[in-house]
Ligand binder design. Structure first.
Ligand SMILES: Cc1ncc(COP(=O)(O)O)c(C=O)c1O
Length: 372
């Protein structure tokens, strides 16, 4: 049986009636922009995260630009960001006027560390974007201890936990994406900025609304970037199920380990103290493209998301910098996402692992064994 790379449909099936009722209620109410569902979702999401404030915005990319500006980032500043992440983590920096400075990651966790960030700091560094990649939880406190404000890019880590709290509550501010395939996904674009700082939240509220409080007087050059009411109504139905879905993602990782996947490829490693709700399950293999072809032929979904890391993308050529990023290059070359969802069951996990075993002739290649 084929196993898809992800499954967003099955977890939502039991919620169909409730979601349709929520949509109908918004249509009947006719308040489509910044209505009662957006405010209620903001409160419910902040409470879920253990953060003081959540502000809904149009998508996870705007969330980063707006959060950086609310943190005071502007022209002449540098923002440290990993290169091994989705392009938007870095793309959101130049619109603030600041310069992205790319840092390396830890190969086992795919996340930045205090050491990789330290190597990229200069007197012009105004903030660090710490990406909780694939659902892992990067070590925010260790990076804050370097004396630089942290913006968490938590787009991929809704539902994850760490001993310090949930992603979204750990840094100066955090950003989320509610893109449909995310751990908490809407039926279109959506995002949020979260923070424990009331004044920062207030600046985000103004920036998402043309830099204004009332659309009569304008204090900043802002954005038209709101979470819309229909998405908020849908996300409110989903939020109470996020923890159960996150548990499903954790279990899926355990099913893979139990089926022996770690004997064949390098598995993703949780950061110390983290309990990831895997958004993507990303393994490493020295012949990742060959493995991808074999899995596709066997009907197993797979994808190399970041084969070209951001600092090598054409649009970022002006920001390439002089830092060597060896773990980034290695991760880019060897990573491969295999099926992951809230409902991936043990039978499917065994099918995936057997397809990997067949592709690998039953042996874990030596190069991965020594790296992992
Ligand atoms: C790590 C990361 N950052 C930022 C984003 C941007 O979010 P959006 O697509 O909602 O703009 C995404 C998702 O797409 C992401 O995965």
């Amino acid at each position: 049986m084929p196993v898809g790379l992800f499954d967003t449909r099955t977890p939502l099936e039991p919620l169909h009636t409730e979601i349709l009722a929520a949509i109908t209620a918004v249509v009947d109410d006719s308040r489509f922009i910044l209505g009662p569902n957006v405010s209620a979702f903001e409160q419910e999401f902040a409470a879920y995260l253990g953060a003081g404030h959540a502000v809904g915005v149009a998508n996870g990319t705007d969330a980063i630009t707006i959060a950086l500006r609310a943190m005071g980032v502007g022209p002449g500043d540098e923002v440290v960001v990993p290169s091994f992440t989705f392009y938007a983590s870095a793309e959101a920096i130049p619109p603030t006027g600041a310069t992205p400075v790319f840092c390396d990651i830890d190969l086992d966790t795919f996340c930045v560390t205090a050491d990789t960030v330290r190597a990229a700091l200069t007197p012009r560094t105004k903030a660090v974007i710490v990406v909780h990649l694939f659902g892992n939880v990067a070590p925010v406190a260790e990076i804050e201890a370097l004396g630089v404000p942290v913006l968490e890019d938590a787009a991929q880590s809704a539902g994850s936990r760490s001993h310090a709290g949930r992603p979204g509550s750990l840094g100066t501010a955090a950003t989320f994406s509610f893109f449909p395939s995310k751990n908490l996904g809407g039926f279109g674009d959506g995002g949020a900025v979260t923070t424990n700082d009331a004044e920062l939240a207030d600046r985000v509220r103004m920036l998402r609304f043309h830099g204004s409080r009332d659309k009569v007087t304008y204090d900043h050059i802002g954005y038209n970037s709101r979470l819309d009411e229909l998405q908020a109504a849908i996300l409110r139905v989903e939020l109470p199920h996020l923890d159960a879905w996150a548990d499903g993602r954790r279990s899926a990782g355990e099913h893979y380990a139990a089926a022996g996947l770690g004997e064949l490829v390098a598995l993703p490693v949780p950061v110390a103290g983290a309990d990831p709700a895997w958004h993507l399950y990303v393994v490493r293999d020295p012949d990742a493209d060959e493995l991808a072809q074999a899995l596709s032929a066997a009907g197993i979904g797979n994808k190399a998301y970041y084969r070209v890391p951001i600092h090598r993308q054409t649009a970022m050529s002006a920001y390439r910098g002089a830092l060597e990023l060896p773990a980034t290059e290695e991760a880019a070359r060897t990573h491969l996402a295999i099926p992951m969802s809230a409902v991936l069951n043990p039978v499917q996990a065994v099918e995936v692992v057997e397809a990997v075993r067949a592709a690998r002739g039953g042996r874990r290649p030596a190069a991965v064994a020594s790296a992992g």
